[in-house]
Design a protein around this ligand. Structure first.
Ligand code: PGA
Length: 310
C-alpha cells in the first residue's frame, strides 16, 4: 500500500519532484536545480520506492503525474512554503545579517536588475539572491504563487492579492543599423518607419505587449519581418542589416549599442514603467523590506539610456 514514509524521504527529493512537476521535464528541472539528469532520476526513483507507488508515467519525453504523484507534489509545495516561512521568521529574529531574496524578472529587466542588486548586496553581503528570468507571460503566470519575494515586469495585472511598487521608467526606442538611411533623418513619420522590415519580440513578451498597445492606440501596423525570442539576437540582427526594431533602453544601455543608431520616429519612444510586484499572501521578509527601501532611495539615472552617448 502507498504510504509516505517520512524517515526514508528527504527534503531534497521532494524539492526535485516539485521541480519536475512544475517544469514538466527532467531536463528543465536539472537546469533549474543545477543537478545532472541521472542524479534527478535516481533521487526520484528512491522517492517513488519509498512511497511504494508510481508517482508519474513517462512516455518518451512526456511526463504525466499519477494521482499519488500530484498529491506528493502538493504536499511538497506546502512543505517548501512552510520552510520559507520558517526562514523568514529566523531572519526576523536574527535581524538583517543574512537571508534570502527571491526574485523573478522579465528578460528585459535582467540587464539592469543585477546592477541594482549588486549595490544592494554590497550593503548586505550576507544576503543570498535567488534570481530567475522569463518573459512577461511566464512571469504573469506565476503571480498566484508565494514562491518569490518580488517579480519585476511592466504592465502588472490588477489582482487583489498583488501589491505593486513602480520604480523606474522604461522607454522603448526605435533602432536601426548605424548606416541606415533613416538614421540621418529627424522626425520620421511613424507610417514611414512602419513600412521598414521589423524584427519583433515573441508573443508573450512585455516588449511586444507594449508595442501592440501603442499600435492599437494609433490604429497602425508594423511590417513584421521576423519574430525573435531574444533582445540580444534582435540587436545583432539589426546590426547586420536584417531590419529595424523597437527595444527597451535597458537592452541598449547594458547590452551595448555599437553598430546601432536610434531612429527619431514621431510618437516614439514608447513610455512604460517597471514595477516590483509581490503577492501579499507571502509574508514580507526583512530582506524584502530593505530592498524596497533601497530601491525607493536610489538615483536611477545610471540605469537609463544616456542619449548623448549614442
Ligand atoms: P519582456 O518584458 O522581456 O518579456 O519583453 C519586458 C516588459 O515587461 O516590459
Amino acid at each position: 500500500m502507498a504510504k509516505f514514509h517520512k524517515r526514508s524521504c528527504t527534503i531534497r527529493q521532494l524539492e526535485i519532484l516539485l521541480a519536475v512537476y512544475e517544469t514538466g521535464s527532467v531536463t528543465r528541472a536539472s537546469e533549474q536545480l543545477h543537478l545532472t539528469q541521472p542524479t534527478i532520476s535516481t533521487q526520484l526513483k528512491k522517492l517513488a520506492d519509498s512511497v511504494g507507488t508510481p508517482l508519474w508515467i513517462q512516455s518518451g519525453r512526456q511526463i504525466s503525474f499519477t494521482e499519488s504523484g500530484k498529491a506528493v507534489a502538493k504536499g511538497a509545495m506546502e512543505m517548501m512554503a512552510c520552510i520559507d516561512r520558517l526562514d523568514m521568521r529566523l531572519q526576523a529574529i536574527q535581524g538583517l545579517t543574512a537571508g534570502q531574496l527571491k526574485l523573478a524578472v522579465v528578460t528585459t529587466a535582467k540587464y539592469f536588475i543585477p546592477h541594482l542588486i549588486g549595490q544592494f548586496c554590497e550593503q548586505f553581503p550576507q544576503i543570498e539572491v535567488d534570481f530567475r528570468v522569463g518573459n512577461r507571460q511566464s512571469i504573469v503566470k506565476q503571480v498566484d504563487s508565494v514562491d518569490e519575494d518580488f517579480w519585476v515586469f511592466s504592465h502588472p495585472p490588477e489582482h487583489e492579492h498583488l501589491e505593486t511598487y513602480e520604480f523606474l521608467p522604461n522607454r522603448l526606442f526605435a533602432i536601426g543599423p548605424q548606416n541606415h538611411p533613416l538614421s540621418q533623418r529627424k522626425k520620421i513619420p511613424f507610417e514611414e518607419f512602419a513600412r521598414e522590415p521589423i524584427l519583433m519580440r515573441e508573443p508573450g513578451s512585455g516588449t511586444r505587449y507594449a508595442i501592440e498597445n501603442f499600435l492599437k492606440e494609433r490604429f497602425s501596423q508594423l511590417n513584421v519581418r521576423m519574430t525573435i525570442e531574444s533582445n540580444e539576437a534582435i540587436r545583432h540582427s539589426v546590426m547586420s542589416g536584417l531590419g529595424v526594431s523597437i527595444l527597451s533602453e535597458h537592452t541598449l544601455t547594458f547590452g551595448g549599442h555599437t553598430g546601432l543608431s536610434l531612429l527619431d520616429v514621431e510618437g516614439l519612444p514608447i513610455h512604460t514603467r517597471w514595477y516590483l510586484v509581490r503577492n501579499k499572501n507571502r509574508p514580507m521578509s526583512p530582506v524584502a523590506e530593505k530592498l524596497l527601501e533601497f530601491v525607493g532611495k536610489r538615483n536611477t539615472q545610471e540605469l537609463t539610456l544616456q542619449l548623448e552617448g549614442f
